[in-house]
Design a protein around this ligand. Structure first.
Ligand SMILES: [Mg+2]
Length: 382
């Protein structure tokens, strides 16, 4: 870090001197079934960006499975062979410059860009002695509501799981559906709905798994159930077809791919809410803009990611804490489903339905031992 002088003030000067990339397998300990895939052992991508004095900023991107999203974990790491050299030597505080350099080097590949973006936020927080949540605007809730997934399975098992989760304090349930006969989905929805306690919110998430006809059939069959329908069909065109016909609020997840698509689906009235993912949008910088747009339009959103460990979880919870509580659909983290934790003490954990922000220090608030990810698969130096 350098200290510059501007009039009577000093300012921090930070330069990205080195970037290290790691592949970390996240072995699952609980089954996670979606309409089109089961999560196995995704290999998360960790990036470390290093300043001249050795301070490290951590970023992460992890795709749950290649079936429901266009990106793949091997592709994330491959994209960094282009993106990392493009940002070496830049000041991570100048995030617009960072993103312009990444976009100039490579179209698309939002997940690789997101990993670098998150690492910039962590590094800058450490340099300024500030938590990322404050750099994002400040926490509006000390403990962030989370939601928990009930996977695809028999109706009685889904109901038992929903009941167990509510007994643990979870007040937001997401029931997975799709990829099987529609009657089985309807039976599961009705069984889970019968367990709902006052104040519990239910979303049925199909991860693009139904046709429009199936989605309409479910909505009509469950018209008396208070729930939302999350990404019931694959495409934005199909969602437009459904809007006005289904009887439930429509939440858009997989089709919200960037700020422009979020803006379009707000202005068209398509989205009643969003499930937003940091790596799909390209990082905390893009997520912050989408957050401000959603909050301004009074559209509820969640702050999530597809999968990943403590780093992406800390980023997601930091963003989740900054939401207007009335418009928060919660923050989802993957830690109940896998065995790897980079910071066993401070990593974000769910307690009684809420996640507290890690506070081991500035930046993302994590304490990660240097070298704990082993040998990097790639190192880029200026
Ligand atoms: Mg979803």
């Amino acid at each position: 870090m350098g200290l510059g002088v501007w009039g009577s003030a000093t300012f921090v000067w930070v330069t990205i001197r080195e970037i290290r990339v790691y592949g970390v397998p996240l072995e699952t300990k609980a089954t996670y079934n979606m309409s089109n895939s089961t999560v196995a052992t995704p290999v998360s991508t960790i990036v470390e960006i290093v300043d001249a004095d050795g301070t490290i900023g951590y970023g992460e991107a992890c795709m749950a499975s290649p079936q429901f999203q266009p990106e793949h974990n091997d592709g994330v790491r491959s994209s960094l062979s282009v993106l990392a050299p493009a940002v070496l030597g830049l000041n991570p505080l100048k995030l617009s410059v960072i993103h312009t350099a990444m976009h100039a080097a490579m179209t698309g590949h939002a997940a690789g860009k997101a990993a670098l973006d998150i690492a910039c936020w962590d590094l800058i927080g450490k340099k300024l002695g500030q938590p990322v949540v404050d750099l994002l605007g400040g926490a509006q809730m000390s403990a962030v509501t989370t939601y928990h997934v009930v996977g695809i399975g028999p109706a009685d098992a889904a109901a038992a799981e929903a009941d167990r989760l509510q007994a643990e304090g979870i007040t937001r349930l997401q029931l997975k559906a799709g990829g099987r006969p529609i009657d089985a989905d309807i039976a599961s929805i009705r069984a889970v709905a019968s367990t709902l306690r006052p104040g519990t919110d239910l979303a049925v998430d199909t991860n693009r798994g139904w046709t429009t006809a199936e989605a309409l059939q479910v909505s009509n069959a469950c018209a008396d159930v208070t729930m939302s329908m999350e990404q019931p069909c694959a495409t934005e065109a199909e969602l437009h077809h459904l809007k006005g016909q289904i009887r439930h609020p429509l939440i858009v997840d997989e089709n919200s791919v960037d700020l422009a698509s979020v803006a379009r689906m707000i202005s068209s009235g398509l989205a009643s809410g969003f499930g937003l993912k940091i790596t799909r949008l390209g990082g905390l910088t893009a997520m912050r803009a989408a957050r401000d747009l959603c909050m301004s339009a009074r559209i509820p959103m969640s702050s999530d990611d597809a999968w990943g460990g403590d780093i992406i979880a800390a980023a997601g919870v930091a963003m989740g804490a900054t939401l207007d509580p009335q418009l928060s659909r919660g923050a989802w983290i993957a830690h109940p489903y896998h065995q790897n934790h980079y910071d066993e003490i401070n990593g974000p954990r769910i307690d009684n339905g809420y996640v507290t922000l890690p506070n081991a220090g500035p930046g993302l608030g994590l304490s990660i031992d240097e070298g704990q990810f082993g040998e990097p698969i790639a190192t880029y130096r200026r």
